[in-house]
Design a binder for this molecule. Structure first.
Ligand SMILES: *Cc1c(COP(=O)(O)O)cnc(C)c1O
Length: 387
């Protein structure tokens, strides 16, 4: 290569020295409790397939059937020819699961956040964003021309101060993860909704890790707090507990109407494959009808968490299936993850920029489909590895 590309080598070396260089691993099996990773069988503690639905026979059958009937691709953007009846059913099911008037499906959760936030807030508006919000929210804020202020993580008093100081803005939007993706804690949504009501602000909750897992029938963070009927815009993804792919917004009919007309990540992209939509529909049925999956998930989380604390590991105070084991430096997180892998357990190291500096960690997630023996194998590996 010519000299004008030399900077690529410099960038790679910089990442390497900071302990931040990332590598792709290759998985050669379905995302069940034990996977084949780079040729070795290891217990998987790094999947968002929380309920195991991506390998559920009913979900697979629905995906196969939809492919036979409708083919592999959707052939167009949804506003042209890509809006099959599978979408109509899925959006009705999502609205019902979320307790809202309507819902709209996007190609991914990332696409949902980056296209919806710029519709909700424009130049002259204010976005108030939690310090630990997901990168797709941060990018959505960047794409909007609104002013952004970051409040300290789940700090309702700080949010209140910022709201009181901002009455000159036209519209105000509070945006937060429901379950924080790297910490596993749950947002104090009732307090935030009270504040929003008192200050005439909108609330957008990203429920990527809450839906299917928290609340009655797995309805998610709002359901967990009994806030289904409240005036909250609920975003979520079909790629985690639902086991498929796609993002969604659930809210009022006027909101969904406006998104269909304005959300660029909805308009300028091809619809999802029929198999994906059918899989999501089948998974939504199972989420509603199989509360045992949630019970198993939480029982595994509790068992692993208790064992790790007993072993002397430092865990963040998560109340969910996401268990962060804090190791601070990126080098240490990587080293412990490698030792665990040698013991047959895949526990991914999460480093900046996914988490703030000096909070590098292992982000462990359990699945309803883990066996008790797999959880025990994980505990044995953590026992063998001294951090
Ligand atoms: C995973 C995730 C997203 C993005 O969803 P995808 O469907 O994977 O694009 C958005 N927000 C949060 C909090 C997430 O964890």
């Amino acid at each position: 290569m010519t000299h004008n590309y030399d900077w690529l080598d410099t960038e790679r070396e910089t990442l390497e020295h900071a302990g931040l260089r990332r590598h792709l691993r290759t998985v050669r099996s379905a995302p069940t409790g034990t996977i084949n990773l780079d040729g070795r069988d290891v217990v998987l503690l790094g999947s968002n397939n929380y309920l195991g639905l991506s390998t559920h026979p009913k979900v697979i059958a629905a995906a196969v059937e939809a492919t036979r009937t409708f083919g592999t691709g959707s052939s167009g953007s949804r506003l042209i020819s890509g809006n099959s009846e599978l979408y109509t059913t899925l959006e009705a099911n999502l609205a019902e699961a979320k307790g809202t008037e309507a819902a709209l499906v996007f190609s991914s959760g990332y696409a949902a956040n980056t296209s919806v936030i710029p519709v909700l807030a424009e130049e002259g508006d204010l976005i108030l964003s939690d310090a630990l919000n997901h990168a797709s929210i941060i990018d959505g804020c960047r794409l909007s021309r609104a002013t952004k202020k970051v409040y300290q993580h789940c700090d309702v008093e700080h949010l209140k101060t910022l709201l009181s100081e901002s009455s000159t803005f036209r519209r105000r939007l509070i945006v937060t993860d429901g379950v924080f993706s790297m910490d596993g804690d749950i947002v104090p949504l009732p307090d935030i909704c009270d504040l929003a009501a008192g200050h005439d602000a909108m609330v957008l909750v990203d429920d990527a890790h809450g839906f299917g897992v928290l609340g009655k029938d797995g309805g998610g963070t709002a359901a967990h707090f009994g806030l289904e009927g409240e005036n909250i815009i609920q975003m979520g993804t079909l790629s985690k507990a639902v086991g498929a792919l796609g993002g969604y917004i659930a809210g009022s009919r006027p909101l969904i109407e406006l998104l269909i007309n304005r959300a660029r990540g909805f308009i300028f992209t091809t619809g999802l494959p029929p198999a994906t939509l059918a899989a999501a529909n089948a998974a939504l049925d199972l989420i509603r009808s199989t509360p045992e999956l949630r019970q198993r998930l939480f029982s595994h989380a509790k068992c692993l968490k208790t064992a790790l604390i007993d072993l002397g590991y430092t865990l963040l105070p998560s109340e969910t299936q996401i268990l962060p084991v804090v190791l601070r430096s990126p080098q240490r997180a990587t080293r412990v993850a490698e030792s665990l892998l040698a013991e047959g357990v895949f526990a991914p190291a999460i480093r900046p920029p996914a988490v703030p500096p000096e909070t590098s960690r292992l982000r462990l997630t359990v699945m309803a489909t883990h066996t008790e023996a797999e959880i025990q194998r994980a505990i044995d590996a953590f026992t063998a590895v001294v951090p």
